[in-house]
Structure formats: structure tokens, C-alpha cells
Ligand binder design. Structure first.
Ligand SMILES: [Zn+2]
Length: 423
């Protein structure tokens, strides 16, 4: 439904600041615990409050949104800059949806407890800090290292992470729940509960089997990252040698099976040719659950402008990764919050604001940009976007509305009753 010719319609974003990772056998950064150091393209820019005349799509916002930032923090911010008043209102009314966090690995390996508040050095998010930061929904990565291969060991690891994640969520069922549809995310957000969704990071864990894919979908998995760092029997990975020139025929079958099951294809780790092969095959939107922009930070994990345009054509979504190495700019030293905003800006200008979201990579990377060190810092993104001239409708969609739309379109593309019911 949304305009896809972007350059003209987004020309009004006058303030828009236009401004190799291969650590083997780990998540996006390194092994070990982190040491944290939408709307239509024609929406007017920086309009006054116009919610009574042009309400943003219901998907993108809550009827109300309690600002969970401690009062003294809030007062200090508003004193510092009056724009914070609006930023806090917009941020906490938004359904904020993060496309990728590696927290299940901490649950399985670090004795992490999602109900307890951790320091940023221990973990980047937990239920107390999700609440404080207004983070309503998150895709937890069921991360399966490439070296586990396509056999039994990969399946054992995936099922274990799903189990520990569900167990932790059930322990705190008064505050969080597993979600498998956009509607469930909206309901949970309205009830003030955190929604946790499952993404399988590493298509090798499917053992090249459509039945296995459907079994994961029944367990609640709603996206599959086609590869991690290693090329496998049906898809080439970014940063690994090509074996198929992209997606093999078996891979095409698996992508269609994902469409049928309402499972999103996540192309964050695949090679560029796999990316284009999947776009050719998929009849549902695809996502990059945690990738940034290659024009600003050259890295094979980031999307080129041509990929961003193709993604818009597909109706898909790039969810901007916060990892310091994927957003730092040439010669610029350590990354800061504004670098992440630059990546969001660039992706919005090239693909359209309705094709951009957030994919923090919290708990999966060793270093985050200054000012964005954990989930409590998310309101600073809304503030930065307002400062750059984004309308509140656009911000609702960037923060989560676009992710809900894509999830919904994947559900609609699923073939009738074959969409996996969760058990
Ligand atoms: Zn990753």
C-alpha cells in the first residue's frame, strides 16, 4: 500500500544527516558476554501534533504509553531540550520492535535471568530494562553456530535454546509472553507485557528439510536467518566461499516452504547473490533482521543501495544493526548514536521510511555505539529522529510499525491452514 518511489517523496527530509566482520564461530561480535562500553512517504515532515486529524496506523502505536523512564531522568532530559517532551510521548506510545537480540545464548551459557536487572556489561537487555527503554517486542535469536553443521548437533542446540527461552518467559508470565503473530504482539503491548518472538539464526539447523522447518514453525519460530557465517548445502553466506552462486534449487524449495509456513526469510548473513535469489523466489516480504548500510560502512553484512531498493520493491525491511563495527564511518573512530541515526536516515532515503526498522544485535556484539549501550537508551533514537525532522507517524513505523506490517504480510502469504500452529 505504501509508495515505493522514494527519492522524490523523501526529498523533504532536509535534515536527514547524509552524512569485515569474520570472527569465526561466534555471534556477530565475539564469543563471551558483551562488554558494553513507516508512515507513508508522503507524510509531512516535522508536523505539529496532528494525531486527531491523521491517526497513524493502529499497528504502530498504543492508545497510551506510560513513560517508564525514572522521573528524575525524565526531568533532566526535558530541561536539557524541550523536544524531549514530545520524544518521550512518541517513543512510549510506539510499539517498539527489535529484530534481533542474542539473549537466548546468555540464557543457555551465562546463567542469565531475564527477570533480573543486569549491568550493560552483563547483558544489553532484560525485562526491567526493556520496560524502562520502552522496548515492547523482540526477536530472540536461536543462534546455531555454523561449525555445528547440518546434522544432529545443530538441532540439539536449536531446541535447547528454544526450551530455555520459553522456560524463562514462562517464569515471568506476568510480564512477558511468547508471540507468534503481529496481533499477539499488539495485544501484549497493550497489556504492558513484553512480546518475545523466536528467530532461528542459521538455516543449516533445518537439515535441508521442509518437515524440520515446519517443526520449528510449530515451536514458534517466525524467521529463519538462511545462513550464519558459513555457506552450507543450500545457500551461500556472506564472507564465506560461494558454493552455489547464491541459493540452490533445494534452497528455493525451502524459501517457498517458509512462505507457506508464515516464516520470514531473514537475509542478514547471506551473500549478495543469495539475497537476490531469495527475492526472486519469495512471495512474501523478506527481512534483514540485523544489518546496516554498506554505503556508509563498507562491510559485507551491510546492504548496498541496490539491495535496499530491491528490498523496497519486495515490500521487505532492513532492521538496522547497532553494532559499532557495522555503523562506524571511515576514519571516524568508535561509533556513536548519531552513526546509527545516519544509517537509519540513509536506508530511509534509499528504500523508503516504511522499509526500515531496528535490529540492535543486543547481547550478540562486544561493543555498541556510545549513547546506545543497552535497551534503556532506545528513547534517544526517537529524540534523534525528531531532531532530524521525522514526523511522529514515520517514527512509529520505524520503531515497530514496519516490523508488524511485514510480520502480518508473511502471515497473509502463508497458505491457508498450513500456517503452523504453535504447540
Ligand atoms: Zn547475526
Amino acid at each position: 500500500m505504501l509508495a515505493r518511489s522514494v527519492s522524490a517523496t523523501l526529498a523533504g527530509l532536509a535534515f536527514a544527516g547524509l552524512a569485515l566482520l569474520v570472527l569465526a564461530g561466534c555471534r556477530d561480535g565475539a564469543s563471551g558476554p558483551p562488554t558494553a562500553s513507516g508512515a507513508t512517504a508522503t507524510a509531512p515532515v516535522d508536523t505539529p501534533d496532528t494525531a486527531h486529524r491523521a491517526p497513524p496506523p493502529a499497528a504502530a502505536m498504543l492508545d497510551s504509553g506510560a513513560v517508564a523512564l525514572p522521573p528524575e531522568k525524565r526531568r533532566a532530559l526535558v530541561q536539557q531540550d524541550s523536544l524531549w517532551q514530545k520524544a518521550l510521548r512518541v517513543h512510549y506510545r510506539a510499539i517498539v520492535f527489535d529484530g534481533h537480540a542474542d539473549t537466548p545464548t546468555l540464557m543457555a551459557e551465562e546463567g542469565y535471568d531475564i527477570g533480573r536487572r543486569h549491568t550493560p556489561a552483563e547483558a544489553h537487555l532484560d525485562l526491567p530494562r526493556m520496560k524502562e527503554g520502552g522496548l515492547d517486542a523482540v526477536f530472540f535469536s536461536i543462534y546455531v553456530p555454523s561449525y555445528l553443521g547440518e546434522g544432529r548437533r545443530a538441532g540439539v542446540r536449536a531446541r535447547r535454546l528454544i526450551r530455555v527461552t520459553k522456560r524463562q518467559i514462562e517464569t515471568y508470565s506476568d510480564r512477558a509472553a511468547l508471540a507468534t503473530t503481529a496481533e499477539e504482539v499488539r495485544h501484549l503491548a497493550r497489556d504492558g507485557k513484553r512480546a518475545v518472538l523466536l528467530g532461528l539464526e542459521g538455516g543449516h539447523a533445518l537439515a535441508a528439510s521442509r518437515d524440520t522447518l515446519r517443526a520449528y514453525a510449530r515451536r514458534g519460530v517466525r524467521y529463519v536467518t538462511l545462513t550464519h557465517i558459513g555457506t552450507h548445502s543450500w545457500a551461500d553466506a556472506a564472507g564465506d566461499g560461494p558454493r552455489h552462486g547464491g541459493l540452490s534449487e533445494k534452497g528455493e524449495q525451502l524459501v517457498r516452504a517458509m512462505n507457506d509456513a508464515g516464516v520470514l526469510a531473514d537475509l542478514s548473513h547471506v551473500s549478495d547473490s543469495t539475497f537476490y535469489d531469495v527475492l526472486r523466489v519469495s512471495r512474501a516480504p523478506v527481512i534483514l533482521s540485523h544489518s546496516s548500510v554498506r554505503a556508509l560502512t563498507p562491510n559485507e553484512r551491510n546492504a548496498t543501495d541496490a539491495m535496499l531498493r530491491a528490498l523496497a520493491e519486495n515490500g521487505g525491511l532492513v532492521m538496522i544493526n547497532f553494532y559499532d563495527r557495522y555503523v562506524q564511518q571511515a576514519g571516524g573512530g568508535p561509533a556513536a548514536l548519531d552513526d546509527v541515526l545516519d544509517h537509519i536516515d540513509h536506508a530511509a532515503q534509499v528504500a523508503g521510511v516504511e522499509h526500515v526498522g531496528l535490529g540492535s544485535d543486543f547481547d550478540g556484539v562486544p561493543r555498541l555505539p556510545q549513547g546506545l549501550g543497552d535497551a534503556t537508551r532506545l528513547p534517544w533514537l526517537a529524540h534523534g529522529l525528531l531532531r532530524r525532522g521525522y514526523s511522529k507517524e514515520e517514527i512509529y513505523n520505524l520503531l515497530g510499525g514496519n516490523a508488524l506490517r511485514v510480520l502480518e504480510e508473511a502471515e497473509e502469504a502463508a497458505s491457508g491452514d498450513s500456517m503452523a500452529r504453535v504447540r
